[in-house]
Ligand binder design. Structure first.
Ligand code: HEM
Length: 130
């Protein structure tokens, strides 16, 4: 077996609790609510969007797998296809997530790894030229 070290997959255990993930997502969506680029892409009621992102992050960092149990395989590129994502949208998403990371103290030790993960992931989701 090839054992590849994935720094993201050990974060949940190090944080040790779900609350910081829900806090992170709450902070992120507070930013989205006031973001002129991102707000129009999201549904009016953000309750489900919050739940999806929190459960996805808990699963991706090594916590419970409720995200896939409820939503199936993540297929993130496919799930984002209905939303036009260019460099501006990508950068706005990262800006809001960086601000959210700064507001949740439990995430501070993982900021570098999470920022790298989010930046790479957000770039991968770009689906239009501008
Ligand atoms: C690049 C800029 C991005 C934009 C503009 C964007 C936008 C959106 C929108 C509009 C939704 C639908 C909200 C809903 O009703 O659930 C969504 C869902 C979601 N996004 Fe993003 N997103 C971006 C990047 C990311 C990144 C980097 C991640 C990874 C952490 C992510 C994870 C998710 C997840 C887990 C869902 C829920 C999917 C589902 O189960 O239906 N997104 N995104």
């Amino acid at each position: 077996m090839v054992d590849i070290y994935d720094p993201i997959a050990v974060i949940y255990k190090a944080v040790g609790d779900e609350k910081p993930f829900f806090d992170l997502v709450d902070e992120f969506y507070s930013g989205v609510e006031n973001d002129l680029i991102l707000r129009p892409l999201y549904p009016e009621d953000l309750t489900d969007a919050k739940q999806h992102l929190a459960l996805f992050m808990i699963q991706r960092t090594g916590g419970r797998t409720t995200y896939s149990d409820e939503r199936g395989h993540p297929r993130m590129r496919q799930r984002h296809m209905p939303f036009p994502i260019g460099m501006n949208e990508r950068n706005a998403w990262i800006k809001n997530m960086t601000a959210a990371l700064d507001k949740v103290p439990e995430m501070a030790p993982h900021k570098k790894d999470l920022t790298e993960f989010f930046e790479t992931f957000a770039t991968f989701l770009i689906n239009k030229p501008h």
